[in-house]
Design a protein around this ligand. Structure first.
Ligand SMILES: Cc1cc2nc3c(=O)[nH]c(=O)nc-3n(C[C@H](O)[C@H](O)[C@H](O)COP(=O)(O)O)c2cc1C
Length: 177
C-alpha cells in the first residue's frame, strides 16, 4: 500500500497536454483496461470510439460546454453503452462508468493524463454526440475521455479521506482504524 504512488491516489483530471501523440499500443492498452472492468451479469455492454482527428475535436468542443481541453488532446475515447447487449436497459450506465474509471487509472499507470467529460444523462448532448458519430439507436454515448501527455506537473494530491463517511456495521456508528 503506497498512498504517494498508487494510481488511485495520484490520478487527477489532466486538462493541458503536450503535442506528443500517444503511441497506438498505449491506446490499445488503455482500452483493454476498460474492457476488463466489472459489468452487471458480465454483459460487457460497452463500445469505444477512438478519435484522433483534430477537426472532430473542434466539432465536439462546439457542442460540449466543458471541453476546452479536447482541443489539445492527443486522443479521445467515447465510451458508449450498447442496448442490444444490455437487454434490461438499466446496466449500461454503471458498466460504462466502471470501464471509464479503469481507463483513467490505466492511463495514469502509464504516464498518460486523462479527463472524463460527462455526456449521459443529458439527452440533448447525447443526441448531438450520437448524430455526430452516426450511432445507431441502440448505441448510447456515456462519456468522452480526453487523453494526452500532461504539459504541466501533476497537481499535488490533496487527501480526500473523510473518516466521517465510513460507518461501522450500521449507519452513523464510527469506526476506529
Ligand atoms: C461524471 C463526471 C463528469 C465530468 N465531466 C467533466 C467535464 O465535462 N469537464 C471537465 O473538465 N471535467 C469533468 N469531470 C472531471 C471532474 O471535474 C473531476 O473529476 C473533479 O473535479 C475531481 O478532480 P480530479 O479528477 O482531478 O480528482 C467529470 C467527472 C465525472 C466523474
Amino acid at each position: 500500500m503506497n498512498i504517494e504512488k498508487d494510481v488511485f491516489f495520484t490520478r487527477r483530471s489532466v486538462r493541458n497536454y503536450t503535442n506528443k501523440k500517444i503511441e497506438k499500443a498505449k491506446i490499445e492498452y488503455i482500452i483493454n483496461s476498460g474492457m476488463h472492468a466489472p459489468s452487471a451479469k458480465n454483459i460487457k455492454s460497452w463500445e469505444f470510439i477512438v478519435i484522433d482527428d483534430k477537426n472532430i475535436f473542434t466539432e465536439i468542443n462546439k457542442i460540449h460546454p466543458y471541453s476546452n481541453m479536447i482541443l489539445e488532446c492527443s486522443h479521445a475515447i467515447i465510451v458508449c453503452g450498447n442496448l442490444d447487449i444490455d437487454k434490461d436497459g438499466c446496466w449500461w450506465i454503471q458498466n460504462c462508468a466502471a470501464a471509464t474509471q479503469n481507463i483513467l487509472l490505466a492511463s495514469e499507470s502509464i504516464g498518460i493524463g486523462s479527463c472524463w467529460l460527462g455526456v449521459a444523462p443529458y439527452e440533448e448532448l447525447m443526441t448531438k454526440i450520437s448524430d455526430m458519430f452516426s450511432m445507431p439507436s441502440h448505441i448510447k454515448p456515456f462519456c468522452i475521455i480526453t487523453l494526452g501527455y500532461s504539459s504541466k506537473p501533476p497537481r499535488m494530491a490533496k487527501t480526500r479521506y473523510e473518516i466521517e463517511k465510513i460507518h461501522y456495521n450500521k449507519f452513523g456508528t464510527k469506526i476506529d482504524f
